[in-house]
Design a protein around this ligand. Structure first.
Ligand code: SF4
Length: 307
């Protein structure tokens, strides 16, 4: 196999979540809801680091990583091996998780996605129906205040959909940023945090809204990353949330490199290099011929700093 190296490896440690956000297809996926076995997660991280397969591990695809009992240990291990770590959370457990300090010690990037604007929306997405919207926001507010007080090295990005109530939410969590011609999909540094506003997504992440179907083209995402889902399926990118482009399952091979040396993966790589779209899902994907999502929007992809 040629030397393969990516920027990002996504490991979906869990496909379970304590929320069911409206834009998230987690309830539509065909694979079962599960947490990746701890031994497997450690083995994958070790292989990624030892073979320079990626610089950054994102411990997520779908699912809430703070539900994973071994997350802190795994991130510590990953850091010790020289990888950068990133997770995203809906924020509910930031005020409840016991070993959060330990997890954050090894977390380079933490994204907090606030995907409800009021009590009604929170009640419709949060599986625990006893959580009040004010308590949810208070938990995030306290967490952020504490992290800023400690001068934490974790780069925190607060992600919100832009809407009528967005300013109110910012006010409630004590962020004195005024929304006024604020650009979308650009990280805005604000007093030790990054703020990131985007339009509300729908569940069909990949679909080209102009209904284009393309068989000629290439995909930077494909060359930028790979994804291992909680069930062991390896797929092309974080846009393929249901593993439609799966090119092998890690349980049927000895290693990631073995899967990446398989016919199906190498053939897809060859076709994309020749400007031919290899998977059916890709033919209707909005990412064809586009810049990598994060590179377009962040000055430094995935791990950016306060400097
Ligand atoms: S075209 Fe879309 S689905 Fe296909 S590899 Fe690229 S980002 Fe993934």
């Amino acid at each position: 196999m040629n030397n393969l190296s990516f920027h990002v490896a996504h490991l979906e440690l869990t496909s379970k979540c304590n929320f069911q956000c409206h834009f998230c297809p987690i309830d539509d996926i065909s694979r079962s809801s599960q947490i990746m076995k701890k031994e497997l997660a450690f083995r994958l991280v070790e292989e990624i680091a030892n073979n320079n397969l990626a610089k950054v591990t994102v411990f997520q695809q779908l699912g809430e990583p703070l539900l994973v009992p071994y997350l802190g240990e795994l991130m510590e291990f990953s850091s010790q091996l020289g990888l950068k770590n990133r997770i995203g959370t809906n924020g509910l457990l930031l005020s409840k998780k016991k070993n959060l300090g330990y997890i954050l010690k090894h977390c380079d990037n933490l994204d907090i996605g606030i995907r409800a604007s009021n009590q009604e929306e929170l009640s419709s997405i949060c599986k625990n129906k006893n959580i009040s919207f004010d308590n949810y926001l208070d938990g995030i507010k306290l967490f952020i205040a504490e992290m800023l007080k400690q001068n934490s090295e974790t780069v925190i990005t607060l992600r919100l959909f832009m809407g009528e109530l967005t300013q109110q939410i910012l006010n409630k969590i004590g962020i004195d940023y005024s929304l006024n011609n604020t650009p979308l999909m650009v990280p805005i540094e604000h007093k030790g945090l990054f703020l990131y506003f985007e339009e509300c997504l729908d569940r069909n992440w990949t679909e080209d809204k102009n209904n284009h179907s393309r068989h000629i083209g290439t995909c930077e995402e494909f060359f930028y990353s790979f994804v291992i889902l909680a069930n062991g399926d390896m797929t092309t990118c974080c846009w393929d949330y249901d593993g439609q482009n799966t090119f092998g399952n890690i349980h049927s091979y000895n290693s990631i490199i073995d899967v990446l040396s398989g016919k199906k993966y190498l053939n897809a790589r060859k076709l994309f290099s020749q400007n031919v779209v290899p998977f059916k899902l890709c033919t209707t994907c909005s990412r064809i011929n586009k810049k990598v999502y994060f590179e377009k929007n962040l000055s430094k992809p995935l791990v950016y700093s306060h400097e």
